[in-house]
Ligand binder design. Structure first.
Ligand SMILES: NC(=O)c1ccc[n+]([C@@H]2O[C@H](COP(=O)([O-])OP(=O)(O)OC[C@H]3O[C@@H](n4cnc5c(N)ncnc54)[C@H](OP(=O)(O)O)[C@@H]3O)[C@@H](O)[C@H]2O)c1
Length: 273
């Protein structure tokens, strides 16, 4: 099975809200025809509704054996939403779930023990093909299925393969939820700039460009982030003064981030109970 199969046999999205739309936007941008896509969503957004004019199938009957079903409803809606997909279980259709906390065993029970299922944790920068998705498959997925999921997910950014399913809780805490921490960092940096006397729009422009530029530099540079940080920090200079606050072993960013990531990972574990 390859991307041509997906074009021919179809891709079904169960739920097309923020995450489903972000990924679909990436796939359409990479050349997947709208006519190869089926969406089930009771209240589709305007953008999704607009795609019907391009051939997208919205809340219609599904193909008999689509190549892929992407499950992107909230974990709390799963029991209600999933039964419509059970006729596609135990067959040739590869299921990919991006739902936090819903285990491979849960889907095997709901869709059939022979169903090939991949659990994936993407993030919203997928909308501009700058996401990162971690994935792990059940016993019915082989190299072919994982390679297909990889190539589909690489259309919206980077991918990493997990060694075991338990790692996905930590991934959720780091990169699944992570964009929200970075957006909060932008908000907080801009607010701090305003407190130091800058106009709000200028403070926001400075904060966005700084986070975006630093992120791109961290990815592009040969040096690691610790060295890049040192490169900004003149001895007894301004950055050193700020880092004394941010690197405090008790009240600084590291213990705070550890608590935040642990809270997200713990919630992911809780959702799977
Ligand atoms: N957002 C992220 O950054 C992110 C990252 C990684 C993984 N995820 C996972 O992605 C999934 C979706 O999250 P989201 O943020 O995209 O949530 P969302 O914006 O609420 O999207 C879910 C969509 O599913 C629709 N829906 C509700 N009931 C349905 C049903 N019975 N059948 C089909 N569709 C139904 C919702 O419609 P209504 O809005 O009308 O209820 C909504 O459009 C979650 O499981 C989450 O854990 C999200």
């Amino acid at each position: 099975m390859d991307m041509n199969d997906v074009k021919k046999r179809g891709l079904v999205l169960l739920g097309c809200g923020k995450m489903g739309s972000a990924m679909l936007q990436g796939w359409l941008g990479q050349g997947l025809p709208a006519a190869s896509v089926w969406i089930l969503d009771p209240r589709p957004n305007d953008w999704v509704q607009g795609l019907v004019a391009e051939g997208l199938h919205l809340n219609t009957d599904l193909p008999d054996a689509p190549a892929i079903v992407l499950i992107a409803v909230k974990p709390q809606m799963m029991e209600q939403a999933l039964p419509v997909l059970t006729p596609l279980g135990n067959g040739r259709t590869l299921f990919i779930s991006v739902a936090a906390g819903k285990s491979l065993a849960f889907y095997e029970q709901a869709l059939g023990a022979d169903t090939p299922i991949i659990r994936a944790m993407p993030n919203t920068p997928a909308a501009i093909s700058r996401g990162i998705t971690a994935l792990v498959g059940n016993g019915n997925t082989g190299d072919g299925e994982l390679a297909l999921a990889d190539s589909l997910l690489q259309a919206v950014g980077q991918t990493v393969r997990l060694e075991n399913e338990a790692q996905i809780d930590a991934v959720t805490g780091v990169s699944g939820s992570g964009p929200a921490y970075v957006f909060l960092m932008i908000e907080a940096l801009a607010a701090a700039g305003v407190e130091q006397g800058l106009p709000a729009d200028m403070a926001m422009q400075l904060a966005k460009a700084t986070v975006s530029g630093a992120g791109q530099l961290a990815e592009a540079a040969d040096e690691d982030p610790a060295q890049l940080r040192v490169n900004v920090t003149s001895p007894q200079g301004t950055t050193a003064a700020a880092l004394e606050v941010l690197m405090d072993p008790e009240t600084g960013l590291t213990p705070l981030m550890k608590r935040a990531v642990a809270a997200s990972s713990d919630r992911s574990k809780e959702l799977s109970k």
